[in-house]
Design a protein around this ligand. Structure first.
Ligand code: GTP
Length: 461
């Protein structure tokens, strides 16, 4: 994730401020130094970094802290607000019929992103279509077609065509039934003038409502020139930063946003069609600073639960709170968990888990957990319906049979059963709770009660 180490390096500095009621210049300088280092390493433009540093210094030394807040929380609040200001608002994407054109250099991730955006619109209830006009890169057609099939969205392309402008025109006609048209264009190695001419022609034919510049997070300072050229030729309405899962950079994209006076629309966080997020400045910076992102998390949970439920209409997660919690429910929950994406990405969104705790875990801890989940799934596949419904009555002889059937150890089967028991007991406690208790618990979570994170979103949460 972009600026990955900012949360952990800041946390140390901020922890030193614990117990202080006022902050002096040396404290502020130290905090600003940490931020500068992280931002510059992430390729954020020097001018932007300096502007941000000055604002933070000025506010931290001159603003009166809100009554009842500690010096540490006050600094954190200022850093948070200034960082949100730096990344700017999210590009507005109305949920209505529209045409979006994607532009960018070769390999920036346009084709992948086109399918991702289409998937995103389809999940919002609109009918999207992707029009592939890349006649330059062999394989672009097949790649786009396959991804659109995976995303279950309409697709138009012409594997034998060699005129992108013509394909764009035909594509719009052929997909007239769709509500949202996403036009993918070819990328080139550098900003050759023929690319610019071509994209200007496509732009004229397509007449998009919005042109988005797709940038690889690792692009660095080169982003500035590209952004300028695209801005001059087609006008950039927003930026998409791709491959944020694979780099600690991403600052170049911020420069591009600044250069084109646009904003960030989406973030790409992986290679599959679901690995796209709407850019939400507050959540993004919260996550960066290790304060979690409850909004993204709850959206992912809702989506995963809905998909799991759609597969099996007899299963309703709400029943868990009413009736008993069986192994079948646990299996469904694990399926939903898998749909939420890699565990480390999910944990990153939970307040208190961001950065800090993850850094302290051994590198393979996440793999182990995911391996274990897979083993549990295999075990559950070897169990009978009766055993799944009543796991508490499973006997030693049955455990032996299940282990043999699933090719696992008896110990792992026992572990699954005891995990189920623990979850069942925890859920029973919730069932006895009133709404007030539940709200108190949620509040505690939002404050980052997990410990280890920056915690204390209190003053602005
Ligand atoms: N890890 C990761 N990989 C990505 C992401 N987005 C795209 N990719 C990968 O980046 C590579 C290039 O992506 P494409 O979508 O082919 O890029 P393109 O801009 O269409 O390329 P051209 O057609 O050559 O201009 C592919 O291997 C993608 O799988 C992302 O968010 N994360």
């Amino acid at each position: 994730m972009v600026l990955d180490d900012l949360g952990s390096s800041l946390r140390g500095t901020l922890d030193d401020l614990r117990g202080k009621s006022r902050i002096d210049k040396a404290d502020v300088d130290e905090v600003v130094k940490q931020i500068q280092r992280s931002l510059l390493q992430a390729d954020v433009d020097v001018g932007l970094v300096m502007g941000l540093s000055d604002s933070i210094k000025d506010r931290a030394l001159n603003e009166e802290p809100v009554a009842g807040t500690t010096a540490r929380d006050q600094v954190l609040k200022i850093v948070y607000e200034e960082m949100v200001g730096l990344v700017g608002d999210s590009t507005e994407i109305p949920l209505e019929s529209q045409t979006i054109m994607l532009a960018g250099l070769q390999g920036s991730g346009k084709t992948t992103t086109a399918a991702k955006i289409a998937w995103w619109f389809s999940k919002k209830g609109l009918r999207p279509a992707v029009i592939q006009t890349d006649t330059f890169r062999p394989g672009a057609y097949d790649q786009a077609k396959q991804m659109c099939e995976r995303a279950e969205v309409d697709f138009y392309g012409d594997p034998d065509g060699n005129d992108p402008v013509e394909i764009a025109r035909e594509g719009l006609e052929a997909t007239a039934d769709a509500e949202v048209h996403i036009v993918d264009t070819a990328g080139r190695h550098a900003l050759e003038s023929d690319l610019i001419d071509e994209i200007e022609e496509i732009d004229t034919v397509v007449d998009p409502d919005l042109s988005l510049l797709v940038l690889d997070a690792a692009i660095g300072q080169g982003a500035k020139q590209q952004a300028q050229e695209f801005e001059e030729s087609i006008g950039v309405g927003g930026v998409i930063i791709t491959k944020l899962d694979g780099t600690a950079k991403g600052g170049g994209a911020l420069t591009a946003v600044n250069e084109t006076e646009s904003s960030i629309a989406f973030l790409g966080t992986g290679e599959t069609v679901q690995d796209i997020e709407r850019f939400e400045p507050n959540g993004f910076i919260s996550r960066l600073l290790g304060m979690g992102d409850l909004k993204q998390l709850s959206e992912r949970v809702e989506r995963a639960m809905a998909e799991t439920q759609a597969e099996d209409e007899d299963w309703d997660p709400e029943d868990i709170m009413k009736g008993s919690f069986t192994l079948k429910d646990m299996k469904k929950q694990m399926e939903a968990m898998n749909r939420m994406g890699p565990l480390d990405q999910v944990l990153d969104m939970i307040p208190g888990f961001g950065g800090g705790i993850m850094d302290q875990l051994p590198d393979d801890a996440m793999d182990t957990t995911q391996d274990r989940m897979r083993q549990f799934e295999v075990i559950m596949d070897s169990m009978t319906d009766e055993e799944m419904e009543n796991p508490q009555s499973v006997t030693s002889a049955q455990i032996e049979r299940i282990a043999r059937g699933s090719g696992t150890e008896e110990e792992t089967v026992r572990e699954l059963l005891s995990q189920h028991k623990m979850m069942d007991q925890t859920l029973n406690q919730f069932k006895g709770m009133g709404d007030g208790d539940m709200q108190r618990m949620m509040k505690k979570m939002q404050k980052g009660g997990g410990g280890g994170g920056l915690g204390g979103m209190g003053p602005f949460g």
